[in-house]
Design a protein around this ligand. Structure first.
Ligand code: NAP
Length: 273
């Protein structure tokens, strides 16, 4: 039986977290995990209610899951491909809970199309949501973090950021643009980590491994050949929680995969409420 519960006096008590892509999948799990430690969580995505997306999962479901368990969460709908939505998101989050202490850049829109056929419009959308939005949201939350001399930014990366190696059997056809986005987010994270180090603000990137989410189902990424690699969503939720909770002078500028990160610190993932 699961012993998962919300601890309102947990290590994140008094902290405000903003989690993007929290209507389903990995973002939902991260929002739940941070709430379990007492954070007030602002969940954002485009889908608030059932029927607004062809995929399962809504922001309402995520905050209900947290609230029913005794945690604190609210949602703000936003399309992260739009600058005005990103600005409104951070302003409204501040009105609900105050300045953001923890920003989780998790949302992604992904198209797997070979380079030769990749349309510019889709490239621009992926770059906007996966690269520019995390950078812009960081710009919007950093002034308050600088004032407080504390804060944490985590972006969700992917093994796709790593260069394919011969004999290329495992390189998924059409993954080059996704790889570009994730390589960019990793270099962004290490670069920003260095820029804000003096103010005790941490910036990290973590890859989940292969996790069974609605997005992964759409892309058919779990097959006979890959199913042995599927890892529980709890791993990435735990790794994110741990990385935002540790000594900011040590725990910054890291590019990690969730499972080896947990192994490095001898951690087991908590169940989720
Ligand atoms: P998912 O199931 O497809 O969920 C994606 C989330 O992003 C949804 O909440 C979606 O919400 C949101 N989103 C997409 N476009 C958006 C937009 N324009 N504005 C606002 N929100 C938007 O994905 P996932 O599998 O949980 O993946 C989460 C992250 O992990 C991504 O960065 C992904 O690249 C990374 N990752 C996942 C895996 C895996 O195996 N699952 C592996 C490596 C890396 P709405 O549709 O409601 O807007």
């Amino acid at each position: 039986m699961s012993t998962a519960k919300i601890n309102p006096d947990g290590t994140l008590k008094g902290k405000v977290a903003l989690v993007t892509g929290a209507s389903r999948g990995i973002g939902e799990a991260i929002a739940v995990r941070l709430a379990m430690e007492g954070a007030k969580v602002v969940c954002t995505a485009r889908t608030a209610e059932a029927g607004e997306s062809r995929l399962p999962g809504t922001l309402n479901d995520t905050i209900d899951r947290i609230r029913v368990a005794g945690g604190e969460a609210s949602f703000i709908k936003a399309d992260l491909s739009k600058a005005e939505d990103r600005e409104r998101l951070v302003e409204d989050a501040k009105l609900i809970y105050g300045d953001i202490d923890i920003l989780i850049n998790n949302a992604a829109v992904t198209f797997f199309i070979p380079v030769e056929d990749f349309p510019k419009k889709r490239f621009d959308l992926m770059m906007e949501v996966q690269v520019w939005a995390p950078l812009h949201l960081s710009q919007l939350v950093l002034p308050a973090m600088r004032r407080k001399k504390a804060g944490a930014i985590v972006s969700i990366s992917s093994g796709a950021a790593i260069h394919p190696v011969k004999p290329y059997e495992t390189a998924r056809a059409g993954g080059a643009i996704y790889g570009i986005c994730k390589a960019a987010i990793e270099r962004f994270s290490t670069g920003l980590a260095a820029e804000v180090y003096a103010d005790n603000i941490t910036v990290n990137a973590i890859s989940p491994g292969l996790v069974a989410t609605p997005g992964v189902a759409v892309h058919g990424l779990i097959t006979e050949a890959t199913k042995h690699r599927v890892s529980p969503v709890e791993n990435i939720a735990e790794a994110v929680y741990q990385i935002v909770s540790r000594d900011p002078k040590d725990m910054t500028g890291r590019i990690d995969h969730a499972a080896p990160f947990l192994d490095e610190f001898g951690l087991k993932p908590s169940d989720l409420v």
